[in-house]
Design a protein around this ligand. Structure first.
Ligand SMILES: Cc1cc2nc3c(=O)[nH]c(=O)nc-3n(C[C@H](O)[C@H](O)[C@H](O)COP(=O)(O)O)c2cc1C
Length: 364
């Protein structure tokens, strides 16, 4: 049913401005009767940060920025959904156009700049659905004009801990000037000290909330050493590797579109983000799990991410080009990989190729 529906809708969506197409997709998910994906094979189950994921395939942040459709996405077969980025105050983001498709590269460039309806509206929606269960993480960010960015994260953790399965501290969007500076070791230490204290305060009433950090793929290995060191010292519950890249790989075919300012995602991000994932895996030494994100557009790409070090996966851009059928395709490929390797489950495959990946030439 969703296949037929998508078959009809996709040419229309592809003809629209990407942001209009996105709005229409959210409206369809809100109002169209959706089929429920079948029960997941038990071998796809993953336990991470104290949560039981029915399968490891998550919807990445940025698709459902305002918490409008998490249950529709879970119903369609995602193992978890990350809502956001949410900022404390509503803000419009950058002027349009600010999302661009690079069709020939199966890539997207966005410079949305945290367009957010703000914490209050998202919180109301998420509180209404909290009893339904399903793993819904909340990705949080600072307002562009905030005078106290760390204070913004603290406030959002206190607000969202009661309704979030986990909270992601996003310090890696390239579209809020200066935000990525919070990844520097000293700033990150200050940030994590304060957000973890906020999480502990919230835990008294909300219970435990895993805290994840989402990092950029555009870090030097020295910077990554520092970040992993700080993340381990503060005992974060996981790292998401990673956000969009400001790099423009020379392989891009849509050279004019590639000049647009913003973060690049989709297929051309796969090799860089997978290399960064493997570099994280060898540094983290199983202190916490990693979520692998960036350019997953097939079952084979998903298996490669897990083998490079991902316990869980997220995707976004490939859904624009491949549609929602990709989620089922990835799950089938994961089950096939488990059977082929004669493993009991996915955890046996996590990071088996990390050392090999880190020994390859640096991806272009
Ligand atoms: C249009 C768009 C908006 C995004 N917005 C956010 C966001 O608000 N917060 C965030 O952490 N990541 C955001 N992302 C990044 C994705 O979550 C993901 O990290 C990145 O796109 C790489 O995955 P992909 O290649 O599967 O798209 C956005 C990505 C796209 C394409």
């Amino acid at each position: 049913m969703i296949g037929v529906f998508e078959h009809l809708a996709r040419p229309l969506l592809a003809a629209l401005d990407p942001e209009d197409a996105h709005r229409l997709t959210i409206a369809m998910l809100k109002f169209a009767p959706l089929p429920r994906a079948g029960e997941d094979d038990r071998r796809l189950g993953v336990r991470a940060f104290g949560l039981n994921f029915p399968n490891p395939v998550g919807m990445g942040a940025g698709f459902d920025k305002h918490g409008e459709v998490p249950d529709a996405l879970l119903r369609l077969g995602f193992g978890f959904v990350e809502v956001g980025t949410i900022t404390p105050q509503p803000q419009p983001g950058n002027p349009r156009p600010r999302v661009f498709r690079l069709e020939a590269d199966a890539a997207v460039i966005n410079r949305l700049g945290f367009n957010s309806q703000g914490a209050d509206r998202a919180l109301r929606r998420l509180a209404r659905r909290a009893h339904k269960g399903g793993i819904v993480g909340i990705n949080i960010g600072a307002n562009k004009n905030s005078s106290d960015r760390i204070g913004d994260y603290v406030r959002l953790i206190e607000l969202f801990a009661p309704v979030a399965s986990y909270v992601t501290v996003n310090v890696s969007s390239p579209n809020t000037p200066g935000l990525r500076d919070l990844q520097r070791a000293s700033a990150l230490g200050d940030l994590l000290a304060r957000v973890i204290a906020a999480r502990e305060r919230a835990a008294r009433t909300a219970g435990p909330t895993p805290l994840l950090l989402k990092i950029a793929p555009d870090l030097t290995l020295n910077e990554l050493d520092d970040i992993v060191g700080v993340a381990r010292a503060f005992r974060v519950d996981g790292l998401i590797v990673g956000n969009t890249t400001v790099a423009r790989p020379p392989s891009l075919r849509e050279t004019e579109r590639a000049k647009e300012t913003g973060g690049l995602s989709g297929r051309p991000l796969f090799s860089l983000s997978t290399r960064m994932l493997a570099e994280c895996f060898v540094r983290v030494e199983n202190a916490f799990p990693l979520i692998g994100v960036g350019g997953i557009d097939s079952g084979a790409a998903a298996v490669a991410k897990i083998r490079a070090g991902a316990t869980l996966l997220q995707l976004y851009s490939a859904l624009v080009f491949r549609g929602l059928g990709l989620v089922g395709e990835i799950k089938a490929a994961l089950i096939a990989a488990i059977a082929r390797e004669r493993r009991g489950g996915l955890s046996d495959l996590v990071g088996v190729d990390a050392a090999v990946v880190t020994a390859e030439p640096w991806p272009q």
